[in-house]
Design a protein around this ligand. Structure first.
Ligand code: AMP
Length: 112
């Protein structure tokens, strides 16, 4: 997975502002934040998207959500949005599973 930027972060080859981690996931700040809190939670196992991860490691999907909840609570927020863009038309640009965790501002619905 040499060309996967998130695998590079997991390997310590690419710097990241890590805010939380567990045995199976890592959480770090998005480099282009769209809210006061914008964190990405990724599995240590490479999977292209969250559905593929659900097939490979269903427990890790649950862990992504648990760590997202912990990160928002630690930052003092009780409202947040989780986004898992899946496929280019949905806005996915990095093909290693990630949950966007967005909090700290009022968020419009539907998203663009
Ligand atoms: P998506 O478009 O849903 O695939 O989201 C990918 C996200 O990864 C974008 O919000 C980018 O800003 C973010 N991103 C890409 N490279 C890095 C990086 N090296 N460190 C932090 N965030 C990144």
């Amino acid at each position: 997975m040499n060309d996967c930027i998130f695998c590079g972060i997991l390997a310590g080859e690419i710097p990241a502002d890590v805010v939380a981690e567990s045995e199976t996931v890592l959480a770090f700040r998005d480099r282009n934040p769209q809210a006061p809190l914008h964190v990405l939670v990724i599995p240590r196992t490479h999977a292209t998207n969250v559905a593929e991860l659900a097939d490979l490691e269903p427990e890790t999907v649950a862990e992504l959500v648990r760590v997202a909840q912990r990160v928002t609570a630690d930052a003092g927020y009780d409202s947040y949005r989780l986004v898992a863009n899946t496929g280019e038309d949905a806005g996915q640009s990095v093909f290693h599973t990630h949950l966007h965790v967005l909090a700290g501002r009022t968020q419009a619905w539907p998203p663009g």
